[in-house]
Every structure is written in structure tokens, then in C-alpha cells.
Design a protein around this ligand. Structure first.
Ligand SMILES: [Zn+2]
Length: 406
């Protein structure tokens, strides 16, 4: 069988057409979840799929998906997808690339009159960006992972999520009905920009993602005694900031030593006046890794270090690492090799819809480089060649899985 190729020009034009929606107001792309521009974007994707013969529906969460039947009986669909909502003043490729590339795969199969054995499903997930309280709202609804009371959470503009949904004609109380059963998809693949600079720096154009890192966040409070900075001698001070600062270096050191990422992201000095010895420091730090054991080890060491330095640490949140399916990773690696495409493995440091979908289906992701590692900003950029190369691997991976999976 001649391998169907991606029509790169068409892929780039589709991305441009989508990005004309939400080009205003403000710089960058503005298709914030459930806004008129976002709904119009997902309507456009639905229209493309309908033209390609897919049966298209929007579910209770606003996820737009299309299914094209396969040639074999009784197989669950192979799914491709991502999201087309953006952060305010977002970039042109985050999510959009993955959806447009999925459509490009469908266009290519259609142009070559190639039918998969499995049904092909393309999903444009709703509200992936963390603009509706937490992120991944559409994919969490679809995989049955909505938390209670999510409708009352504040959206990015302070209005409750329920109100944003109502504005798009959706009822937050009905979202759970979007749920699908485990095993209802044969596999899920998602192409995305890296949103970091590792591929850009290393010059490798494609990464297969072996998993999405787990994240643990902690708060530490250091307490001292606020006092007059002019009249309190150096040997009579209890300075909270002097206790806290070495801990910042502990976090950095443990990250380097154990080979994970560790960051102090907030740091407040109180009362915060130049003539007062700091009486209290509140900081938060997080650690991320694909390896749960490493997270345990780093968490334990840093909690111990915080106490040793006189702080009171407490955990704030923890999400477990999500491993990609080894079978899907191996199919994607084989796809790269068949295409002669240089690639490497790279875990994702950010959350994606694939993380939710892993609860109901085997899944894996592909990354292409982000120039300078910049995303969630108008400057977000990958070259046209990188976008097309990513779509080519996505298509080859899809065909590989169609042959390998039952
Ligand atoms: Zn994204």
C-alpha cells in the first residue's frame, strides 16, 4: 500500500483559518473556552469533519467529535485529538496544531481512498486550558473525572464556570453525561507543541512522549519575630527570611541532584517593610517527575530540609504521573523509524487532554519543538516543516496502530 502523505499546505491553511477566529480582541489568539470565538472554532472543525464524511456531534461538555466507520466489524475507534480553546492572548499552535493535524490525517486518508480497519474518531476537547477553574474540563467530563461543584469554581474572569457554560448553551449539571466507558476507544493519540525548549535546543524535530509528569505542591511557613531593623542588634534577631532563603537553595539542589524539576514559585516576606526585620515568610514549591519514586524521595528530603531550617511545611496538592501506553509508544517509535524521522523520548512537563483520556484508553502523545520554549503567548512558534513532520508521524502512527491493535 502506498503510504498516504499529509498535505502540508492544506494543514497550514487550516491552522490559519482556525486562527482567524479569535484574532480579536487583544494580541495573540483569543478563543477562551465557551466564548463565541471558541464555539465558532469548534463548529468549523465539525464542518471540516462533516465534509469528510464523519458523523459529528457535540456532547454535553461541548466536546466536538466526529466518527468515520472502519472496515472491520466491532472494533472500538482509534481516536486523534487535542483542543482549540486558548488562554487569553494565546498562541496559534497550542492545541490547534493537534486538532488540525488530526483533520489532516483524515484528509489524507480520504484523498487516498484509504479506510482504516478501526473507526476513526477525531475529538476537539472543550476547555483544555485552565480558564474554567482547573484545566481539561472537556476531557475530564468525557473520562468521568469531574470533581463535585466544578460549576461554582471561578473562571478566568471571575464569573462562575456554570455561567460560562450557560453562555454556550450548556448546562453544568448535565456535563457528567459526556462520560464514556473505559475501553470505548482502542487508543488515543495527540500531537502537541512541546511548550518547553528541550527539543528546540537539542535540534530533534519529534518526540514520543512516554508519560506526563506527576506534580506535588507544598507550602512552607517560616516564622521569626518582626522587630525594628534599626534598634535590634544582629545577635538578638529572629529573622524569618534568613531561615527561608537557604531552603530555596535546598529546593534547587535537590532538583539538580535527583534529576527532576523543583521550583520555589511563590515567596512572600511579611510584613514587608524595609525598616522591619521579617517576621514571617510564606513560600510554595513544587516538584515534577514521571517517576513516583523520585517524587517520594524528593518530597521527603525537602519536607525534612524545611523543618531543619525552622519552617513548617504542608502538602497542598499532588497529581500522580500518567504513563503512556508502552504499546502505543512503540507504535509511534516504529512510525518515526519507518519515515526515517529523527526522534527521541521526552516526558511532558505540562498537563494535556491525553492525561485524562489515559483513564479510559491507552494513549500517547507526540511533541514538536516550540521556538525558544515559548507558549501561551502570541510569540508561540514552530516552523511549518516541524508542524508537517509532526502530522506525518501522527498519520504513520495511526496506520501502525490500526494494523497492530484489535
Ligand atoms: Zn494545549
Amino acid at each position: 500500500m502506498k503510504r498516504p502523505a499529509i498535505d502540508g499546505g492544506r494543514l497550514l491553511r487550516d491552522i490559519e483559518e482556525l486562527n482567524r477566529l479569535g484574532a480579536e480582541p487583544g494580541p495573540g489568539i483569543n478563543r477562551v473556552a465557551y466564548s463565541p470565538a471558541d464555539m465558532a472554532g469548534r463548529q468549523l472543525v465539525g464542518d471540516w469533519l462533516r465534509e469528510l464524511g464523519f458523523s459529528v456531534r457535540q456532547d454535553e461538555a461541548g466536546n466536538v467529535s466526529g466518527v468515520l466507520p472502519g472496515t472491520a466489524d466491532g472494533l472500538p475507534p482509534l481516536a486523534l485529538g487535542s483542543h482549540t480553546d486558548t488562554v487569553p492572548n494565546g498562541g496559534p499552535l497550542d492545541g490547534t496544531l493537534g486538532v488540525a493535524a488530526a483533520v489532516a490525517c483524515a484528509r489524507s486518508l480520504s484523498a487516498g481512498s484509504t479506510r482504516l480497519r478501526h473507526p476513526l474518531e477525531i475529538i476537539d476537547f472543550a476547555a483544555e486550558e485552565a480558564t474554567m477553574g482547573g484545566g481539561l474540563l472537556g476531557s475530564r467530563a468525557l473520562s468521568g473525572q469531574l470533581e463535585k461543584g466544578f460549576g461554582d469554581a471561578a473562571g478566568w474572569d471571575g464569573r462562575p464556570v456554570s455561567e460560562h457554560l450557560a453562555g454556550a448553551g450548556l448546562d453544568w449539571r448535565g456535563l457528567a453525561a459526556a462520560r464514556r466507558e473505559p475501553g470505548s476507544l482502542a487508543a488515543y493519540l495527540e500531537l502537541h507543541i512541546e511548550q518547553g525548549a528541550i527539543l528546540d535546543r537539542s535540534g530533534v524535530p519529534v518526540a514520543v512522549v512516554p508519560g506526563i509528569v506527576g506534580i506535588r505542591r507544598y507550602q512552607v511557613v517560616f516564622t521569626g519575630q518582626a522587630n525594628h531593623a534599626g534598634t535590634t542588634p544582629m545577635d538578638q534577631r529572629d529573622d524569618a527570611l534568613v531561615k527561608a532563603v537557604p531552603f530555596v537553595l535546598d529546593v534547587e539542589g535537590v532538583g539538580r541532584e535527583l534529576g527532576l524539576v523543583a521550583t520555589v514559585g511563590t515567596f512572600a516576606v511579611l510584613p514587608g517593610a524595609s525598616n522591619v526585620i521579617p517576621g514571617r515568610v510564606e513560600l510554595s514549591f513544587e516538584i515534577r517527575s514521571l517517576d513516583d519514586g523520585l517524587l517520594d524521595q524528593a518530597g521527603k528530603r525537602l519536607l525534612g530540609a524545611a523543618e531543619e531550617r525552622g519552617g513548617e511545611p504542608r502538602p497542598i496538592s499532588a497529581s500522580a504521573p500518567v504513563q503512556s501506553s508502552p504499546q502505543v509508544v512503540s507504535a509511534l517509535e516504529a512510525a518515526c523509524e519507518n519515515l526515517g524521522q529523527a526522534h527521541r523520548l521526552l516526558p511532558s512537563g505540562a498537563g494535556h487532554d491525553a492525561m485524562s483520556i489515559a483513564a479510559i484508553s491507552q494513549s500517547a502523545m507526540l511533541f514538536i519543538p516550540s521556538r525558544g520554549g515559548i507558549s501561551h503567548a502570541p510569540e508561540e512558534y514552530s516552523t511549518p516543516e516541524q508542524c508537517v513532520a509532526g502530522a506525518e508521524v501522527l498519520l504513520a502512527g495511526l496506520l501502525e496502530l490500526d494494523a497492530r491493535l484489535d
